[in-house]
Design a protein around this ligand. Structure first.
Ligand SMILES: [Zn+2]
Length: 82
């Protein structure tokens, strides 16, 4: 059994970098380094995937509010423009 290689938290020194790679707040060599590590390290790889899914879900929820507000803003603008 090698379950300790499959499951568990990511490498502690990588956790913040993995979060930043998932939300796109790092670029360049740091991101390449992080993604390269995640590709080789199973724990960090699955942590990165979970982070991406979580962030995507959060972004989807956030986008619903501004879009609604945008519609109202447009309607307001059209009325005052007449
Ligand atoms: Zn790792």
């Amino acid at each position: 059994m090698h379950n300790h290689d499959q499951d568990g938290p990511p490498c502690s020194h990588m956790e913040q970098l993995l979060q930043q790679a998932a939300d796109g707040s790092i670029t360049g060599i740091k991101k390449i380094y992080t993604l390269a590590h995640a590709a080789r390290c199973h724990r960090c790889g699955s942590f990165l995937e979970r982070m991406k899914l979580t962030i995507a879900a959060l972004k989807t929820q956030k986008q619903e509010v501004p879009q609604d507000a945008l519609e109202r803003l447009k309607a307001k603008h059209l009325k005052s423009g007449e």
